[in-house]
Write a protein that binds this ligand. Structure first.
Ligand code: 5GP
Length: 194
């Protein structure tokens, strides 16, 4: 996706530990026009898959998910990283190790937010080691629902997540695929040159 790749090239910063900082448009500041374009592109890729719900994780998955939900015409649910103070009847939960924070947290979704007849599109901002996506997929499976696919805004293809998700038989659609961040330079995978 050309617009996204241009935003990464012009506004992204490579930090140590192979972290890409995109605080101008995705992770802190949010670019609504770019989010709308991302929503349209995910919609183009998944519009024939009978998606009834989008599941993401707070906070950076929410903006691209809401725009996708708008164009796909389906509701969005985000998994919480911290327990809500409000009492609820049942929860689906999964432990997720965070690559950026180096900690494990339990993500949760209230049981009434996903039902067994849902066909779910999982969306996240980054794919690194695949732990967030796998945690979300296990929540969908616990709900008895079906994962139609995983939409990723920025995939770091040189890290293990993509291989892990492919190996689990999950369809992954990434809008930008990064082959390397070495020497502080973003290099995209050839196949992402669309
Ligand atoms: P994974 O579970 O695939 O290892 O990591 C995915 C999560 O880690 C994403 O939800 C994202 O918040 C965070 N993450 C992983 N790599 C990066 C990165 O290079 N930059 C940013 N900003 N977040 C990242």
């Amino acid at each position: 996706m050309i617009k996204l790749k241009q935003a990464i090239q012009t506004q992204g910063t490579v930090l140590s530990g192979d972290i890409l900082k995109v605080d101008q448009f995705l992770n802190h500041g949010i670019d609504p026009e770019l989010m709308a374009a991302i929503g349209k592109e995910f919609t183009r890729r998944f519009e024939n898959d009978g998606i009834t719900k989008i599941l993401t994780i707070e906070s950076s998955g929410i903006a691209p998910s809401v725009m996708t939900g708008l164009y796909l015409g389906c509701p969005v649910v985000f998994a919480r990283k911290q327990k809500s103070a409000i009492h609820h009847k049942g929860l689906f939960a999964a432990d997720v190790y965070s690559y950026t924070k180096k900690t494990t947290s339990t993500i949760t979704v209230e049981a009434d937010k996903i039902s067994a007849d849902d066909t779910v599109l999982i969306i996240d901002d980054f794919l690194a080691n695949g732990q967030a996506a796998l945690g979300l997929a296990s929540i969908v499976q616990d709900a008895g629902a079906r994962v139609a696919g995983i939409g990723i805004v920025i995939e770091k293809s040189f890290q293990p997540g993509r291989t892990l998700l492919d190996g689990a038989g999950l369809r992954v659609e990434s809008l930008a695929r990064i082959a390397s961040l070495s020497d502080g330079t973003v290099r995209f995978s050839d196949e992402a040159a669309c």
